[in-house]
Design a binder for this molecule. Sequence first.
Ligand code: ZN
Ligand code: ZN
Length: 244
Amino acid sequence: MRSGAAGAGSFLLDLLYPRRCPVCHEAAPFGKDICPECRKKLPLYTGKRCVKCGKPVRPYESRCEDCKKNPHFYTRGVGVYIYNELMRESIAYMKYKGRKEYGEVLGRLAFEDAEACLRSFRPQAVIPIPLHKDKLRQRHFNQAEEIARPAAALLGVPLLSDALIRAERTGAMKELSAAQRAENLRGAFKAGRRSFSFSRALLVDDIYTTGATVDAAARVLREAGVREIYFMSVCIGAGFMVDY
Ligand SMILES: [Zn+2]
Ligand SMILES: [Zn+2]
């Protein structure tokens, strides 16, 4: 469903600019934002998850190796889809090929697919992981904000895009270890407002890999007085312990 535009406006928009499906990248069927058969291809993880970070774990484990070793500043979270080739491509189209609209679609679908879990967190505000202003200028939008928008709307809580500020530019982190990532992100965020009037927040990002980004953001919110910080990411990044 198209959000925002309604009725005749939406009909015309669909006619003039058919939405692209975030899986096959072709025009989606009329009035839809994903092909029904592509919807079924989204790699939802339904097995056992780490009770802390939500990464896949073996049946006899409750926490993943990473969470056993490293304490986190956030309370709990979930990455909904496995970061496979399909998701990698979809997110790359969104971030680097101008398919901004994929953000809202993937955000809504991820929310639907993890709805019971996300509602059980009872967040009072949704906070996207911010981009540095230089990067925002380059990309024109923050993908985390696009992903977060439907989650906030469906939860009926405010979307606070100014709650956190990306204070420093952080380099690409693909090649870094978990410890190097955490170090790289030290001081990366600061609180965007002086006080927070809620005690439970849901952070939103596109991919959760080592958790360094979410953790750095959660730490700032903690220090600002938010007591419980949860996260939702569209994907669980590589590096988990179970083979598929
Ligand atoms: Zn499709
Ligand atoms: Zn974990």
